[in-house]
Design a protein around this ligand. Sequence first.
Ligand SMILES: NC(=O)c1ccc[n+]([C@@H]2O[C@H](COP(=O)([O-])OP(=O)(O)OC[C@H]3O[C@@H](n4cnc5c(N)ncnc54)[C@H](O)[C@@H]3O)[C@@H](O)[C@H]2O)c1
Ligand SMILES: [Zn+2]
Length: 539
Amino acid sequence: MDRRNIVLTGFMGTGKTSVGHALAKLLGRKLIDMDTWIAAREGQTVAEIFAERGEADFRELERALILELVASENLVIATGGGALVNPENRAAFSDAQIICLDASVDEILARLNGANDRPLLQGDKETRIQELLDARRDAYNAIAMHVNTNQRTPQEIAQEIVNRLEMREILVETPHGAYPIFLGRCLLDHVGEFLRDHKFAARCAVVTNPTVGMLYAQRVLESLRAQNFSPTLIEIPDGEQYKTLDAVRDLYDQFIAAKLERRSPIFALGGGVIGDTVGFAAATYLRGVPFVQIPTTLLAMVDSSIGGKVAVDHPSGKNLIGAFKFPVCVIADLSVLETLPLEEFRAGMAEVIKHGVIGDAGLFEQIRETGKQGDRETGKQGDRETGKQGSREVSGELLERALRVKIEIVERDPFEENVRAHLNLGHTFGQAIEKLAEYKMRHGYAVAMGVCVAARLAANISLCDATTRDEIISLFEEFELPTHIPQEFSAEQILDAMGTDKKIQDGKLRLILPREVGCVVIMNDVRRGAMLKALAESY
Ligand SMILES: NC(=O)c1ccc[n+]([C@@H]2O[C@H](COP(=O)([O-])OP(=O)(O)OC[C@H]3O[C@@H](n4cnc5c(N)ncnc54)[C@H](O)[C@@H]3O)[C@@H](O)[C@H]2O)c1
Ligand SMILES: [Zn+2]
C-alpha cells in the first residue's frame, strides 16, 4: 500500500475513532483523531468549544488542523463528522484516500445512546440525526468510497478498508473501448457497486454451477440486490462436458423466462468453463447483452476471463463454436482461491508460468520465489498437522504481472491475427494431448507438458540454450505439474492429433518456441523429425 494518508469520515456514531484505531494497528500507522487533537490543544472539550466559542470557531480550528495534516503522510486520520462537509476541506485532502463510514439511523442511535456530549444533538435525538443526515447527504455522497459499518466490529471494518484500498484496477483497451479488471480480496460483496455507473436494467442473471454457487452465489446476489438489481440465479452442471450448445440453449430458455432484456447484465460466476459458456450465450442472446466475468479459478483469472474469447465445444473439437465478446468488467476476487482444489490451483499456475516464459523474465523469477516460499510454509505435499494442502496463496502483484503479459498481447492483436499466437506456447502439443486424453486431463496440466516439449525442441534446434530449457522445466516441477507425457499416447499419435502432416504440407504448421525466458518466437519451418525427437525425450 502507498504512503498516502487515509482519512475516515462519516456521521457521528459511525465508528470513525474505533475503526481508526483498528486500521492504524493493522497498518502500523499513527492515528490522528482530529477532535481529540483539537480538544487537547485548546484545553477544552469539543462540546465546550461549541458552547463557549461557537461552531464557526470550531470549524476554523478544524480547517487549520487539516491544512497542517496534509503536509504529512502515512497517517490514519479520523475526522469529526462535520469536517468534510465543507468542500474546501475535501479538496484539501485531494491527495489522501478518503473513506466515508455509513450506518443506519437505528444503529447510530444505539451507538450514541446515553451520549450527552454531542453539541449538535440537542433535542429529540432521532429527529436531529435524521435532519443532520439529510443536510449532509450531498457532502457524504461526494466521497467515492463508502463502507457500511452496521453490525460489524471495528476490526472487520478495518480489514475491509485494507482490502478495498489494496484493490487493483487494470484497464484493457479493445477496439470497442476499454474495460477494467478489478483485482483484490473480498470483492464478491461489492459486485453491484462496480456497475453503479452503468445504466443497466434491474433484471439480470447470475450464472454459475452448483459447486461454485453453493460457496459464493449468495454474496453476489446480495451485493446486486443492495444496488437495486433483481438478479435471477441460474445453474448449469459442473464440468467441461457441459460446455456445449445444449447448455447454451438451456441458458437462452432461462434468460427468456427471467424476462432479460437488451440492457440486462449477465454475470458468469465460475471457472473458465462457466466464463466461456455464459460469455457465448451473452454474446448471442438478443444479439449481445452486457457481460460481467467473475472468475473463480486461477486459470480463469489469469487467462480465460480476459481477452474476449468465448466458446463452447463441438463433438469434433474444443472451442469450435465461439465469438469475441468483451466484458463490461472482470471482477477477480483472490480470496475465493482458498476453496479451489489444489490440482486446479496448479493447473492455473501452468498458465501463469507460461506467461512468464512468453513475455516477462521478472515474473518468472517471482514465481520461482513464490514456489520456494510455499514449500517453506506448507511443505510440498502439504502440512499434515494443519491439514493445509500446500499453499494456494498468490499475491495480487504476481497475478497483475501475469495478467499484463496477456493484456499487452491482446491489446496489440484483439482478434488473433498475429502476435496473439504467442499465447499458444505449449498449446499445440498440449491440446493434442488433451484431445487424446478425451479432455479428461486438466487443460493446465496439458499446457505444462506442452511447454516442456516446446522447451526441449527449442534447445535441440539451438534456439534456446540448455539452461533455459532446464529452468522452464524445473519451474513446472516446483509446482508439481507434469513435465512428461503419459506413456499411453505415442509421439506419432500426438503428431496425428496435431494434424501435423497436413499442416506441414500446407505450410501452416506454426509452433511457438522459447528463445529465452521472457521471449518466444513463431516458427513455421520446424521439421517433423525435430518434433518427433522432442516428443521422444518427453516420456
Ligand atoms: N476463453 C479463453 O481465452 C480461454 C483461455 C484458457 C482456457 N479456457 C477454457 O477454460 C476452461 C478451463 O477453465 P478452468 O480451469 O477454470 O476449469 P473449470 O471452469 O472447469 O473449473 C475447475 C473446477 O473448479 C471448480 N471451481 C471453480 N472455482 C472454484 C472455487 N473458487 N472453489 C472451489 N471450486 C471451484 C469448478 O466448479 C470446476 O469443478 C476450458 O474449457 C478452457 O478451454 C478459455
Ligand atoms: Zn490455455
